[in-house]
Design a protein around this ligand. Sequence first.
Ligand SMILES: C[S@@+](CC[C@H](N)C(=O)[O-])C[C@H]1O[C@@H](n2cnc3c(N)ncnc32)[C@H](O)[C@@H]1O
Length: 244
Amino acid sequence: MTATPLSAKACAAALPLGTIDDSVPLYLASHYWWAYVHPKAVKLFERQWLVNLILWGNYARLRDAALTELGCCLPGRTLQVACVYGDLTNRLGRRAASGGGAVDVIDVLPIQLKNLREKLAADAPVRLLAMDSTDLKLPESSYDRALIFFLLHEQPHHYRERTMSEVLRVVKPGGKIVIVDYALPHWWHPLRYLWRPVLAKLEPFALDLWRQPIVDWLPAASAKGRLRNESFFGGLYQKVVMTR
Ligand SMILES: C[S@@+](CC[C@H](N)C(=O)[O-])C[C@H]1O[C@@H](n2cnc3c(N)ncnc32)[C@H](O)[C@@H]1O
């Protein structure tokens, strides 16, 4: 898969309806076809209120926590690892524009990149790149910061590790990496008991993030001493901030 920026037209032509090609990781094709791969899934889930519902009303809070952490104006180059439903990327793009910077969004699914292209403001300084997070065709130390929003819980362990190695490789020393994802809720949280079987059924790798804190399996290349963790909504969500 190449690192060529995709125009809306190229995206549209990239993946015929319902087709899953070899470049789609198996975990996406088998566990997430209903959320990201199938064209009807994209149509259904590209509703911010619905994603907000799935996040128990926390979409805006988590999105804003990530954006605030990155900064209000973002000069230089920002990497968003994987598309996100809702308005996160438009907001990120505005922050980049006000700092004279630019955003690259990578995603392995052309249908997701096409969807993002359609909802992005025409003047957003955002490039869309068809790429797997575990094999970034990007030069090392080429980004000032990176955002990974609810991607890691979807990936099997070895993919997750590889994604983090790649992100650490392409972010410059001193650059910030912001991760927002699931975590183990506190013992008193009703969702600790009610949400577990739902995740086990629908998002089988998500419970890995309940069992093991992200900081415990980060590749050795990460600066473990420069990590910060904040939890949200009784611990069900976490933001991990890492300075490369
Ligand atoms: C960021 S995650 C989930 C975001 C969150 N649930 C939301 O949309 O609000 C979903 C995206 O990750 C992408 N993705 C999953 N595995 C990937 C990989 N290995 N490389 C690049 N993108 C990937 C999917 O194609 C999808 O667009």
